[in-house]
Design a protein around this ligand. Structure first.
Ligand code: PLP
Length: 390
């Protein structure tokens, strides 16, 4: 038998629930609030088919050829224009690098900024995909507790002034997993503290377009442009399978990032970039985003009401796809996970989201994929499971 030798860094990646999650999401008897997919019903298959046909028929040879690492210029111009119009930030195409979904930013940003043992700050709880991506570069994680309006200000200030971080990673809009949105005061305070301490803030904006009230919030990047790198994505607003996201960052970072991106994959799928751009040119993205956010908002309100009825504490998101609930005393999230599967409802235990431990009494619930009927039925099962364990 061949014994395969893997690098030490592979041992740093926390175990993922993904295998188990895929199994439960394919089981028709299980209602899953555990996944993180946007609604399939919201994907405009017809519109994307027409855009694909148009690109292949009219520019097929170009679209199927190699291209530059930066990404398709008209698509980068579209993204920059949207920042200028929607958030009033002076972005240009030169500030934008196209990537294979914003998940690739997590990998490449850590690759260019983190040496083994370097301190990286992040919210606690934090995005699991970021913990996994950063772990490969062997940082020392420092979690800052996340409250209802953003990271705990004292803990945040203490961390930033205690040591030079490689960066602090945060999700100010409808955070995954908690659903928390930073207040404007907190955004300004984070920006100021980053400027005062020379800290780089990595602002992951995967959900910034998905506020239920349709209003955008000013990003930290607006208050501290030189100290903030921002990632964005078309996954939640057009289609995740296209794997198109971007990095918006100051020139020296874009430059290094581009070198790392070229070494990793030469460039992102050019055909998809052209199809996406053609689609965006011929459709009003705002209309589509409003419709998706409207449905998510209704689902979220329903889930929050049902949690209230059951007397369970929970976050109350104003956007995004997730909320977090707190379990009654002595009920462990891992037990809710296992008993939930037997009862036909899947949730995600909070533990893996905490880089420095904790979260044993929390679960993450996704509200973007289930129908109203499934939310009613799934929550009934969940409440039964929790009551049985209490
Ligand atoms: C906070 C956050 N960042 C990044 C991603 C990665 O998304 P994508 O690579 O599809 O842009 C996700 C996916 O769910 C996410 O929740």
């Amino acid at each position: 038998m061949m014994s395969y030798r893997f690098s030490d860094r592979m041992r740093r990646v926390p175990e993922s629930f993904l295998g188990e999650l895929f199994r439960v999401s394919n089981d028709p008897d299980i209602i899953s609030f555990a996944g993180g997919l946007p609604s399939s019903a919201a994907i405009d298959v017809e519109g994307i088919t027409a855009a694909a046909k148009d690109v292949l028929e009219n520019e097929g040879r170009r679209a199927l050829q190699y291209t530059n690492t930066d990404g398709f210029l008209p698509l980068r111009e579209y993204i920059a224009r949207r920042y200028r119009e929607r958030l009033k930030i002076p972005a240009t195409a030169a500030d934008i690098q196209i990537v294979n979904g914003s998940q690739q930013c997590l990998d490449l940003v850590a690759k260019i900024l983190v040496n083994p043992g370097d301190p990286v700050g992040m919210e606690s709880p934090g995005y699991l995909g970021a913990i996994e991506a950063f772990s490969l570069y062997e940082p020392e994680f420092h979690g800052v507790p996340l409250g209802n309006t953003g990271p705990d200000p004292d803990a945040f200030a203490a961390l930033l002034s205690s040591r030079p971080l490689a960066f602090f990673y945060g999700i100010p809009n409808s955070q995954n997993p908690s659903g928390t949105t930073y207040s404007d005061t907190m955004r300004r305070a984070v920006a100021r503290m980053c400027e005062d301490t020379g800290t780089l803030f990595y602002e992951d904006d995967a959900f910034g377009e998905l506020f239920f009230d349709g209003k955008s919030r000013p990003p930290v990047k607006k208050y501290a442009p030189e100290h903030t790198i921002m990632s964005g994505s078309f996954s939640k607003i057009v289609a995740p399978g296209m794997r198109i996201g971007w990095l918006f960052a100051p020139e020296p970072i874009i430059h290094e990032f581009n070198v790392a991106k070229q070494a990793a994959d030469l460039h992102s799928n050019f055909l998809c970039q052209m199809i996406l751009h053609r689609y965006l040119e011929t459709h009003d993205l705002d209309v589509k985003v409003r419709r998706v956010a409207g449905v998510y908002g209704e689902n979220c309100r329903l889930m929050c009401d049902l949690l209230d009825d059951a007397g369970l504490l929970h976050t109350t998101p104003s956007g995004g796809m997730f909320l977090m609930a707190t379990l009654p005393p002595r009920v462990a999230a891992m037990d809710v996970f296992s008993a939930g599967i037997r009862e036909g409802v899947a949730v995600l235990p909070g533990v893996p989201f905490y880089v420095n431990g904790g979260g044993e009494d929390t679960i993450r619930l996704n509200f973007s994929t289930a129908t109203e009927e499934e939310i009613h039925e799934g929550m009934e099962r969940l409440v039964r499971v929790i009551s049985g364990l209490a």
